[in-house]
Design a binder for this molecule. Structure first.
Ligand code: NAD
Length: 496
């Protein structure tokens, strides 16, 4: 059985600890490896490598940095199938979906290839007589990225292309559930010519996270995961004087107005609810049917959801297993709680006949109707293939429901009414909004992030926010002296 270790100074690093965690193939239930769990000393060794590599990388030319980024982009594009297969084997999502994840990550690498333009400062000539001012953006130093299980390649790529392009060095702490993608990416950086120590990986759990949060050399932390851990990371990281962006959980609503094309809306709800078995932070989990269309909409989504083939990612399947047995059981418990609370189970994924090993962590598409806001299936982030239908009478009720929710990651409105759409994106208190687009994940050159308990900190991921997060600005005022500048004047400098 393979042991999955760390990556330090451009090569594998086994670490000094003995603690490990099992890595499982969710489609078979077979333990395929043991991931090392770093000790605090292991984390310090990895951070030391990032500290040592920083001065030379910071001072390397933009031409050199972007050449490495371009090479990384070419290698990743040529070998993305390999990475996708690795993701399917540890996460469980079907191959096409894993490839989609890699492609969305690749877009951030492509965006980062243009970093010279993004790092440009401003210049003002003659701000005062023969006094010029310019601004520059400089890297922060070693930065940490702590990522979740559900996008083992894309989420780290939301951050590290820009961090590295801007001249920082990186320590990535991936999820212990699917750790291999991180090492594959590290080896690819090596092949692309990134100097040793610029990109490092430390595997681990809370011990590793706590050491990264406390370590004085780590200047910034980009975290993505569940809301309680995001809040913890934000609180402890900022208390230790670091810049922190901590993206948390979600409960994404899709509202369907009576004038919407119900067939297109049903397609969208099923794709966004059950893709990746609902283990996406932008998955639709609450479908809000407005007015008299509710019965027709539920009929359409259940008809479509019944055709979804659940199976291992290599078979002709649409939806894979859940990530662990414990998570599958937890989601199944939510379905039972929903039924006990009075929701109508229109489609029950428990006991699904999956196209795969009987020991896989299977759960089929589930639709709960007549869900009300106090039920746990509505209040909690379930993170599984469970679509809850909430029925309301008016647009205002739908909007109030979303704005009262403690999460604010993504939302969507389905309508053909331009006025209603405009009202919605103006009034809704959510960070990412789709109009007839169910999973409105912004492109690389916009920024990704939610509101309320879906994000702690001020900066969203990638786009201009990402460039700003990984740099700090300096304003420089210059005067090249000549005799006209002579004389004593103790007053506060004023322009002349
Ligand atoms: P998680 O919070 O369990 O883990 C995230 C990271 O935190 C992992 O690296 C994990 O090792 C670490 N961690 C876990 N417990 C910890 C603890 N007690 N102390 C310190 N660190 C700890 O999340 P997950 O289950 O891996 O991922 C799913 C969650 O991530 C969902 O809530 C989902 O909505 C969220 N997510 C959010 C976004 C977003 O953009 N907002 C994107 C992807 C996933």
């Amino acid at each position: 059985m393979q042991t999955i270790g760390h990556w330090l100074d451009g090569k594998p690093f086994p670490g000094s600890g003995t603690a490990t965690a099992p890595v499982t193939n969710p489609a078979t239930g077979v333990v395929t490896g043991q991931v090392a769990l770093a000790t605090a000393a292991d984390v310090r060794a990895v951070v030391d490598a990032a500290v040592a590599a920083f001065p030379a990388w910071r001072d390397s030319s933009l031409a050199r940095r972007t050449q490495v980024l371009f090479r990384f982009r070419e290698l990743l594009n040529a070998r993305k199938q390999e990475l996708a297969a690795l993701i399917t084997a540890e996460h469980g999502k079907v191959l096409g979906d894993a490839l989609g994840e890699v492609t969305r990550g690749l877009e951030i690498v492509e965006f980062a290839c243009g970093i010279p333009h993004l790092l440009k400062g401003g210049y003002t000539e003659n701000a005062s007589s023969r006094v010029d001012i310019f601004s520059i953006r400089q890297p922060l130093g070693p930065v940490a990225i702590i990522s979740p299980f559900n996008f083992p390649a894309m989420v780290p790529m939301w951050f590290f292309p820009l961090a590295i392009g801007a001249g920082n060095t990186v320590v990535l702490k991936p999820s212990e559930k699917d750790p291999s993608a991180s090492l594959w990416l590290a080896a690819l950086w090596e092949e692309a010519g990134l100097p040793p120590g610029v990109f490092n990986v430390v595997q681990g759990d809370k011990v590793a996270v706590d050491e990264l949060l406390a370590h004085p050399a780590i200047k910034a932390v980009s975290f993505v995961g569940s809301t309680p851990i995001a809040e913890y990371v934000y609180t402890h990281g900022t208390a230790a004087g670091k810049r922190v962006q901590a993206l948390g959980g979600a409960k994404n609503h899709m509202v369907v107005l009576p004038d919407a094309d119900l067939d297109l809306a049903a397609d969208a709800a099923v794709n966004a609810g059950f893709g990746s078995a609902g283990e996406r932070c932008m998955a639709i989990s609450a479908l809000v049917a407005v007015g008299p269309i509710a019965d027709a909409l539920v009929a359409r989504i259940s008809e479509r959801a019944r055709t979804i083939r659940t199976g291992d990612g290599t078979a002709e399947s649409d939806m894979g297993p859940l990530v662990t047995r414990a998570h599958r059981d937890r989601v199944a418990d939510y379905i039972a709680a929903g039924a006990a609370d009075g929701a109508a189970v229109v489609l029950d994924g428990r006991g699904v006949r999956a196209d795969g090993d009987e020991n896989g962590f299977w759960l089929g598409p589930t639709i709960l109707d007549h869900v009300t806001p106090e039920m746990s299936v509505y209040t909690d982030e379930i993170f599984g293939p469970v679509l809850s239908v909430v029925r309301v009478e008016t647009y205002d009720e739908a909007l109030a429901l979303i704005n009262a929710n403690r999460y604010g990651n993504g939302t969507a409105l389905f309508t053909n009414d331009g006025g209603a759409a405009r009202r919605f994106h103006n009034e809704v208190e959510v960070g990412m909004v789709g109009i007839n687009v169910p999973i409105p994940v912004p492109m690389a050159y916009y920024s990704f992030g939610g509101w309320k308990n879906s994000l702690f900190g001020d900066s969203h991921a990638h786009g201009v926010d990402g460039v700003h997060f990984f740099t700090r600005t300096k304003a420089v005022t210059t005067r090249w002296l000549d005799p006209s500048h002579g004389g004593l004047n103790l007053g506060f400098p004023q322009n002349s």
